[in-house]
Design a protein around this ligand. Structure first.
Ligand code: 5GP
Length: 122
């Protein structure tokens, strides 16, 4: 089992964060380095390193992440214009923190999902 990350300490409130929501399954807090006007991370309270580690036991928490994303999008006033949910996995997915998290991004047009022209991976 991979060691827990900084997200577990945020979930336990041992480290500060701008926390927007917490229940028995998931926690949501603002990203420390926001990429869009609204950038919130929604994470399961249990340490699941990556999508590749998900089991059937995790389905309740993973489903809750979507309903919390919807709730926060409404509270942030971005539901009507829309938003993007992103989950990175592993090296090629450029996942930096090995504790599953959903990025909620919005507040402006977030742009194309992937650049179709620029493949320099910079
Ligand atoms: P990833 O690349 O793993 O999908 O995204 C990790 C995200 O976690 C990044 O957007 C990064 O800014 C955010 N992050 C990393 N460390 C912290 C932290 O200590 N607090 C908060 N709020 N966000 C963090």
């Amino acid at each position: 089992m991979i060691e827990e990350t900084i997200f577990s300490k945020i979930i336990r409130k041992e480290l500060p964060s701008d926390m927007l929501y917490q229940d028995e399954l998931v926690t949501a807090f603002r990203d420390i380095n926001p990429q869009r006007p609204v950038h919130v991370l929604i994470v399961p309270n249990r340490h699941i390193p990556a999508v590749d580690d998900v089991t059937a036991d995790d389905e309740a928490a993973l489903g809750r992440m979507f309903s919390v994303a919807r709730k926060i999008a409404r509270e942030e006033g971005i539901s009507d214009d829309g938003y993007r949910l992103v989950v990175n996995c592993g090296e090629h997915g450029r996942q930096e923190v090995p504790h599953i998290h959903m990025h909620l991004l919005g507040g402006e047009d977030v742009g194309p999902m992937l650049s179709r022209k620029n493949r320099d991976h910079s």
